[in-house]
Write a protein that binds this ligand. Structure first.
Ligand SMILES: *Cc1c(COP(=O)(O)O)cnc(C)c1O
Length: 354
């Protein structure tokens, strides 16, 4: 596809790594392309980062037709920049699009525009320990009409944001509250799709947890409120009596690429991750018997986040003396090693940017 490039005439000053945080600063350009039913994707363009005009009746503002992805570009010690499994994000985006009645983007087209855009913005990839260039592709329904139906027009964009290290003070275990009132998703709903509305609906429980000192909530299944699903914006894994367990992708859990990578990585090392139903009762029993050895969340932002405390129905349980466990540390070191190019990539997961 022909991608037009309009370079900014006023490049921004790049912020120091120490002030980056998450998603606060944006790079000089953004990518946009439009879709119209019958015509397909068109007007692919890289333009200066700016506000975008949106019609007041645009579908996304009324009916929430929106999906997104989250991935990173990493700077290696030799100065080059690489992505991690970008094709997995593209495939997941198309699955989310299918669920939300938004158009598909052919995989080769999506990879082409993503790569081209990152080539233009790659100088924004910071180089300090733990920092990266966060990439946010997103798509929204953009019909200029209030009728309720699958959209005929959509917009796809990519914006990028240099982000700081998730762990400024080292890999500290977090406190997680098991949520027993709100639910995030039900089977047949939108839990499997990376769509904006899932987050809007989760914030209430997240805010309640934050008020009493918990950093995220652990969701239970939406029907019986009995089975473990995932943590906030991360998938979750446990090591119970030597068995590494993660909830199976039941239809209401977001299929994380970090989750998938951990399963494949451990398999390549001769270990298995049991993908199965895990009830909160089994978890509490393991906590009480002391057989819950490790717990961690996993996702692109944190990579691996050790869980040091779980609270359920007012009862608090400390895990592994609130210290990071052996498997958690190993996964963190291996995955970040591959992502930042410190470790050889035997899995074929990295994707260099020219
Ligand atoms: C994005 C996301 C994850 C993690 O997915 P990764 O591909 O590993 O970053 C987990 N849960 C939810 C709800 C998410 O939105």
């Amino acid at each position: 596809m022909n991608i037009t490039i309009e370079k900014t005439t006023s490049p921004k000053v790049k912020p120091e790594s120490s002030v980056l945080g998450f998603g606060k600063y944006f790079t000089d350009h953004m990518f946009i392309m439009d879709y119209t039913e019958g015509e397909g994707w068109k007007n692919a363009r890289i333009v200066p980062f700016d506000y975008i005009p949106v019609h007041p009746a645009s579908t996304v503002l009324h009916y929430g037709s929106e999906i997104f992805e989250g991935m990173k570009a990493y700077r290696k010690a030799d100065g080059s920049v690489q992505l991690f499994r970008p094709i997995e994000n593209i495939r997941r985006m198309n699955r989310s699009a299918e669920r939300m009645c938004l158009p598909q983007i052919p995989e080769d087209l999506a990879l082409e525009v993503l790569t081209k855009f990152i080539e233009v913005e790659k100088d924004w990839t910071p180089s300090d320990e733990g920092t990266s260039l966060y990439i946010r592709p997103f798509m929204f329904g953009n019909d200029e009409s209030l009728g309720v139906h699958s959209v005929k027009n959509a917009t796809f964009m990519i914006i990028t944001s240099p982000v700081g290290s998730y762990y400024k003070e080292g890999l500290n275990p977090v406190k997680i509250l098991i949520e027993s009132k709100d639910v995030r998703a039900v089977r047949g709903g939108t839990g499997e799709a990376k769509c904006g509305g899932n987050y809007a609906a989760s914030n209430r429980a997240g805010d309640r947890a934050a008020k009493i000192g918990y950093s995220q909530v652990l969701w239970l299944d939406g029907v019986e409120r009995k089975y473990i699903e995932e943590v906030g914006a991360m998938n979750v894994m446990f090591k119970i009596g030597g068995e590494i367990v993660t909830p199976s992708l039941s239809g209401s859990i977001l299929p994380g690429i970090t989750r998938k990578s951990i399963i494949e990585l451990l398999k390549s090392e001769g270990l298995t991750v049991s993908e199965r139903l895990l009830s909160v009762d089994e978890l509490v029993e393991a906590l009480e018997k002391g057989t819950l050895e490790e717990a961690w969340g996993c996702g692109t932002a944190a990579v691996v986040s050790p869980i040091g405390e779980l609270c359920y129905n007012g009862k608090k349980y400390v895990i592994n003396d609130n210290k990071i466990g052996e498997t958690t540390q190993h996964l963190y070191d291996t995955l970040t090693g591959i992502q930042w190019g410190r470790k050889e990539d035997n899995m074929g997961w990295t994707y260099p940017i020219k």
